[in-house]
Design a protein around this ligand. Structure first.
Ligand SMILES: *[C@@H]1O[C@H](CO)[C@@H](O)[C@H](O)[C@H]1NC(C)=O
Ligand SMILES: *[C@@H]1O[C@H](CO)[C@@H](O)[C@H](O)[C@H]1NC(C)=O
Length: 302
């Protein structure tokens, strides 16, 4: 009787202990992994508890709210085909990531013989893309006191790159006051948009500029370009304009005088001299030895 009671108690205890384990429970070593493009990455899906021997394991990729299978019926499918494999028990290993792999992935495990027979875990993967060479726009020359805008754009990098500007290989600080070489300069620098804006150019702003697009995956620079800052000398400009006007006046006066003195024979005279009015057929012919030189002119006029 005592033994039977003890046995019943034992069964009760073992059931009490057993029931919570009749459930599939997943966990992950890293729910937001990242990798640089073309590297490999593990989407960790670990089974913490399970009683079923051969659970059904599936992976779905969720991009823009649309789920699609990447592992189904023990096969890698979709755009991960030939680029991924399953590592026991349920971890998905992508061997050569691409930028389009950035998405959410759901590991789903169905254990038919467990009381709680289903569990899933969501993993957010970020594939970082190194920026390509940015497109830079740097004015070649700017007058002192004028505004100027230098721009830098890069569209491949992921996450969105930050932009740095360099002048003569020295980083342009966001705050000009932080570096004596940039003190008193009138620029504002936006590292998110890549714009370097001068509100009033100074001679000291002259130099060789280039931009760098940078994110966690790496950076790329555009080729350096010289930006020249020149003085507008008002007197020199006025003098130059006056000189051009004077030269033009001289030419006009000279041409008028030449006309009046008859240096330019009128068109009527030359035309009638070289024409042979009797012949309208355009055939060249030589009338006399003296006129032979005008053969071609004659046919040209006809
Ligand atoms: C990874 O994929 C890219 C194209 O997506 C390919 O050019 C590259 O060779 C692949 N690298 C490896 C190691 O397979
Ligand atoms: C900056 O400007 C101040 C006054 O405007 C001047 O005293 C100083 O010398 C300038 N510094 C440089 C480096 O140009």
């Amino acid at each position: 009787m005592a033994i039977a009671g003890l046995h019943a108690l034992f069964v009760l205890i073992s059931i009490q202990c057993y029931i919570p384990t009749l459930a599939v429970i997943l966990k992950s070593a890293d729910k937001s992994p990242w990798a640089n493009e073309f590297e490999s990455v593990e989407l960790s899906c670990l089974i913490e508890s399970i009683s079923t021997n051969n659970p059904r394991i599936e992976w779905k990729k969720i991009k823009d709210g649309e789920p699609s299978y990447v592992y189904f019926e023990k096969k890698i499918s979709g755009d991960l085909e030939n680029r991924a494999m399953i590592k026991e028990p349920a971890t998905l290993v992508i061997t050569n990531t691409t930028r389009s792999d950035t998405a959410q992935y759901r590991c789903e495990v169905t254990a038919a013989y467990d009381q709680k027979s289903f569990d899933e875990i969501l993993i957010s993967l970020v594939v970082r893309v190194k920026p390509v060479v940015p497109r830079c726009s740097i004015p070649q020359s700017v007058p002192v006191g004028k505004t100027a805008e230098l721009s830098c754009v890069e569209e491949e990098g992921f996450p969105q790159p930050q932009y740095l500007w360099f002048r003569n290989d020295e980083e342009v600080p966001e705050d000009p006051k932080s570096n004596p070489k940039f003190l008193n300069s009138s620029y504002t620098l936006n590292p998110d948009t890549g714009t370097l804006k001068f509100s009033s150019m100074r001679k000291e702003d002259e130099g060789e500029y280039y931009c760098r697009a940078k994110n966690d995956a790496g950076h790329s620079d555009c080729g350096p370009k010289m930006m020249e800052v020149y003085d507008i000398n008002v007197l020199a400009i006025v003098g130059g304009v006056l000189a051009v006007v004077f030269v033009l006046l001289c030419i006009i006066v000279g041409v008028c005088c030449a006309y009046k003195r008859g240096y330019f024979p009128s068109k009527k005279e030359t035309g009638s001299d070289f024409r042979s009015p009797e012949r309208g057929d355009g055939v060249d012919y030589v009338r006399t030895d003296e006129e032979g030189d005008f053969r071609h002119k004659s046919s040209f006029v006809i």
